[in-house]
Design a protein around this ligand. Structure first.
Ligand SMILES: NC(=O)c1ccc[n+]([C@@H]2O[C@H](COP(=O)([O-])OP(=O)(O)OC[C@H]3O[C@@H](n4cnc5c(N)ncnc54)[C@H](OP(=O)(O)O)[C@@H]3O)[C@@H](O)[C@H]2O)c1
Length: 261
């Protein structure tokens, strides 16, 4: 009796999981928002392929997912390099993996007034924060076309709409991300959807500010606090899944209401 109960509950879980039988590739998945997205997607039945440079952190995230019954592969790489994406694609084909969902999430930035930014830092910002989104999309789109479905979720920032001082090249790169997302939506409709999350301040290792600063910043937002990575992951899950099947070329603000202040 108990055995039948488990078999039926497992079947129900497969049916109700939002991402069952799907592969998701997530860049910047070794910590913060990317790691949270990986955990949420895996808990909804996706096999997740995790990308970032720090192999130790990446494997920790993958191990945690696999220990809790999910399916995660850690693939350490610098996502700003074209050849790395080609090698990933070849690896996926060799292993019989595919891609239904791509989350472009990795970023790099240097906070200085734009007039003090070196050529190298400008280029590095654009390479990691914008070019990697293009490279990832270009390399994963053939998998999606082959499967006749796909969703690309691009993680952007409110800095592309309302830049704070010294966010220069990062804000410019994120503006490019917003446009790229719409371009992808136009070029690959109706098979592939592409949408953007405009994130506000979110408590992650990358948001390296003290608790007092976070509290003070949060108190100025309509939400009364800054965001959690899990809240961006929940938004990404919505955009990745068929729950958002009529949404493409859109931006969702997950910013605690900052854009209306
Ligand atoms: N947190 C916020 O307040 C906030 C606000 C608005 C938007 N966002 C956006 O949300 C996304 C995630 O931010 P987060 O706060 O979660 O950042 P985070 O904690 O600093 O994590 C960034 C991730 O990107 C990876 N990464 C950086 N450079 C890489 C490269 N060249 N190749 C591969 N992976 C690379 C890092 O891993 P490795 O170092 O191991 O490579 C790490 O996994 C970003 O797109 C960011 O712009 C965040």
């Amino acid at each position: 009796m108990i055995r039948w109960y488990h078999i039926i509950m497992e079947a129900v879980n497969v049916v109700t999981s939002l991402l069952s039988n799907q592969y998701a590739v997530i860049s910047g998945a070794s910590q913060g928002i990317g790691a949270e997205i990986a955990k949420v997607f895996a808990s909804e039945g996706a096999a997740v392929i995790l990308l970032a440079r720090n192999e130790t952190n990446l494997r920790q995230v993958a191990d945690e997912i696999n220990r809790s019954g999910g399916n995660a592969i850690a693939y350490p790489m610098d996502v700003s390099i074209t050849d790395n994406w080609r090698k990933l694609s070849a690896f996926m084909k060799k292993k019989g993996l595919s891609c239904d969902i791509l989350v472009n999430n990795a970023y790099w930035r240097k906070l200085v007034p734009i007039g003090q930014l070196s050529d190298e830092d400008w280029q590095q910002t654009l390479d990691v924060t914008l070019k990697s989104y293009f490279l990832g999309s270009r390399e994963m789109i053939p998998f999606m076309l082959e499967r006749n479905r796909g969703s690309i979720v691009n993680i952007s920032s409110l800095q592309s709409h309302i830049p704070e001082p010294s966010f220069g090249a990062y804000a410019v790169a994120k503006g490019g991300v917003d446009a790229l997302s719409r371009v992808l939506a136009r070029d690959y409709a109706p098979v592939i959807r592409s949408n953007t999350i405009i994130a506000g301040a979110v408590d992650t290792p990358g948001f390296a500010e003290g608790d007092d600063f976070k509290r003070e910043l949060g108190s100025r937002l309509p939400a009364g606090r800054i965001g959690y990575a899990s809240e961006i992951a929940a938004t990404a899950l919505f955009l990745a899944s068929s729950q958002s099947s009529f949404i493409t070329g859109s931006e969702i603000h997950a910013d605690g209401g900052r854009s209306i202040t």
